[in-house]
Design a protein around this ligand. Sequence first.
Ligand code: IMP
Ligand code: MG
Length: 171
Amino acid sequence: MQPRVLISTEEIASRVQELGAKISRDYAEKDLVVVGILKGAVVFMSDLIRAIQVPLEIDFMATSSYGAATETSGVVQLLKDLDTAIEGRDILIVEDIIDSGLTLSYLSQLLQSRQPASIKTAVLLDKPDRRRIDFIPDYIGFSIPDEFVVGYGLDHNHRYRELPYVGVVSS
Ligand code: IMP
Ligand code: MG
């Protein structure tokens, strides 16, 4: 069964343009490195960087905390580190969704220890009700209720990432 639409392709596209415009203003004259968190962030990131009008580099990290569950295990594992040295540079971490907050808080602390000039975070989706760690992303596409969502990069058991919208799988 196709997931039910929660956020449409058009709504996503227009919000991504707004975020790109804001990020472009905030990073004028900076040394921007956009760090995407694999795999969920790749679709959002590829649209977002094309909506940003200032020079940038990209790199990727990968973490795991979920396995096949829809609940975080509470332990974040680093599966892939950056290729780029980030000391003195302006880092924007891009994530598909913030849920417990564990992933972004872990990654921010890890990258902070490498002395970048700045670190900010951008998420397409925020589930504020589920936070276990106090963490507020700098750029948020949409706040959503506590439902497990898929599409536009987000998966359930590796499926649905290619959907052009954010949807909810009915169980
Ligand atoms: P956190 O560490 O609990 O904030 O979780 C962040 C990660 O959990 C995201 O990068 C996603 O991979 C995954 N995640 C959390 N909620 C969802 C969801 O509703 N659908 C798909 N993945 C999710
Ligand atoms: Mg993820």
